[in-house]
Design a protein around this ligand. Structure first.
Ligand SMILES: Cc1cc2nc3c(=O)[nH]c(=O)nc-3n(C[C@H](O)[C@H](O)[C@H](O)COP(=O)(O)OP(=O)(O)OC[C@H]3O[C@@H](n4cnc5c(N)ncnc54)[C@H](O)[C@@H]3O)c2cc1C
Length: 473
């Protein structure tokens, strides 16, 4: 088998030695890892297709892999099926960029931050944005339908994708890279592969949407009176700016405290307590919003400041800090992006990635925070609040020992509440291995049955990333 792989991709790109493969076998969380027959690094779609065909012949499972920043154990092998890892990182070309059409054709292994900088060279942005941008890949972003902080304005990765090229489980190649915005010619296979976490095929390239780079940016940290007030503030900002809110991130006191504790050089965003803290960013690509006013301020910033004064007078906003420089803006975003590392460094935690209708966010937090505290757990929450997405991490409250805490009871309470409030148990990180049991328990049986039918029809040998996303019947 490995000789066959070498013949396809070249000996240098088939890794089998323990020292060479170890990094590819463990995910970012460090919680999931298993052996693989080899790590294969194809350099073209044709090579990926040949590798998949060879695996079909030998009955070897395939784990597609990008930047390994996934948080659910999706991009690493499982122990009970012999597999190879197919790393897409060599397929990292931006094949073309259409400035007028505002699209780019990118290979799966392009690192998100590379696409950011390539687009910016043409005065454009690719708006997908989150902490792992320096390592995660477009293929991984599509396969997890990644979200991040700009979904409130631009949608998830699914909404940023116009076409896909992929190798299906039998080794056939589908090429849907036309980039058409309208194409009603049957089932949308692109949408089937997006969010499939590598269980239905290997994405090798995609057409993505680009947008005008903002001319004016206004970034602020707010302390608001309550979560309900935060939603009111979001809507008022949206109305005032014509939908210009690019990010609306929930960063309450415990989250800011844990970041400042683990990274002591972090500057606290406000002089006093942040309470219900919100990191908000508003942008505009309209030239008039970037105009400098007589007092030296930028029109967009002046407008946001004016609105915030009104919101303060109304008692919705208690305190606010507007970034006065690029450095201050970067500091605020750096703080936001450090949260996962801070929680990970500060001790064990159970990470929930949930979403709720906006109106149910406050009822959820108001009920669950005290319930968790009662069990000895401290929720360390941040969230893409504009999308109703909370990262609700349960850690040990001060004076409690993690191993002795009733985590299962806590999870049951959270899931019960989520179901009651019409929420989702996986907002943006996916299912992978880590949420298979919740998927079994909470996903509507009729939907699960259709998913299993699709998986069986496309991958009858169950070789494409087995043991992920679709729980066993
Ligand atoms: C610090 C940090 C912050 C994060 N913040 C966010 C956030 O705000 N929002 C968010 O959505 N996620 C976030 N994530 C999670 C993660 O970055 C995303 O899920 C990302 O999209 C994964 O991309 P990747 O290239 O690392 O994929 P991997 O981890 O390598 O793989 C993820 C899944 O996609 C599959 N896959 C990868 N490439 C392909 C391909 N070419 N074809 C088919 N399947 C493939 C894998 O098999 C696996 O199931 C964060 C992670 C970290 C570490």
């Amino acid at each position: 088998m490995t000789d066959g792989l070498r013949a396809i991709v070249g000996a240098a790109h088939v890794l089998t030695l323990a020292g060479d493969v170890s990094a590819y076998l463990e995910d970012w969380t460090g919680q999931y890892s298993a052996a693989a027959l080899a790590v294969v690094r194809p350099g073209s779609t044709a090579e990926v297709a040949e590798v998949v065909k060879l695996c079909n012949t030998y009955g070897i499972a395939i784990v597609p892999q990008g930047g390994r920043t996934g948080l659910c154990g999706g991009g690493v092998p499982i122990s009970d099926q012999l597999s190879i890892v197919v790393s897409l990182t060599r397929m990292n070309a931006v094949r073309s960029l259409d400035v007028a059409g505002r699209t780019a054709v990118v290979e799966a292994g392009v690192v998100l931050e590379t696409l950011h900088s390539t687009a910016l060279e043409h005065g454009l942005i690719f708006p997908l944005m989150f902490g792992a941008k320096g390592s995660c890949t477009i293929g991984g972003n599509l396969s997890t339908n990644a979200g991040g902080s700009n979904v409130v304005r631009y949608g998830t990765t699914r909404e940023l994708c116009l076409g896909i090229e992929a190798v299906m489980p039998d080794g056939s190649v589908i090429n849907a890279l036309t980039g058409l915005r309208k194409d009603n010619t049957g089932y949308d296979l692109k949408d089937l592969l997006i969010g499939a976490e590598g269980t239905l095929g290997i994405i090798t390239a995609a057409v993505v949407k680009l947008f005008a780079a903002p001319r004016a940016i206004s970034t602020a940290f707010l302390s608001v009176v309550s979560l309900d007030a935060a939603i009111e503030v979001l809507n008022r900002l949206q109305d005032f700016t014509g939908g210009g809110v690019e990010a609306f991130e929930y960063m309450p006191q415990p989250a800011v405290d844990v970041i400042c504790k683990v990274f002591p050089n972090t500057r606290r965003p406000l002089d006093g307590e942040v309470g219900t803290g919100i990191l908000v960013e508003v942008t505009s690509s309209r030239p008039q919003d970037a105009e400098e006013l007589e007092d030296g301020s930028i029109r967009l910033e002046a407008g946001v400041m004016e609105l915030l004064s009104v919101l303060m007078e109304e008692g919705l906003v208690l305190d606010a800090m507007l970034a006065q420089s690029v450095q201050q803006r970067n500091e605020l975003w750096k703080m936001r992006e450090l949260i996962l590392e801070a929680i990970t460094a500060s001790g064990p935690a159970y990470h929930l990635d949930i979403s709720l209708p906006l109106a149910q966010i406050a009822p959820f937090v108001d009920a669950m925070d005290p319930a968790m505290a009662h069990l000895g757990l401290q929720p360390l929450t941040v969230g893409h609040l504009g999308d109703g997405n909370l990262h609700y991490a349960l850690s040990a409250a001060e004076g409690h020992i993690w191993e002795t805490l009733p985590l299962e009871t806590a999870k049951e309470l959270v899931f019960e509440k989520l179901v009651a409030l019409n929420g989702s148990f996986s907002a943006e990180h996916g299912i992978g291995q880590s949420k298979l049991s919740v998927m079994s328990a909470l996903k509507e049986p009729a939907q699960l049955a259709v998913m299993r039918d699709i998986k069986r029809a496309l991958d009858p040998q169950n070789l494409m990333n087995p043991g992920k996303l679709v729980p066993r019947a």
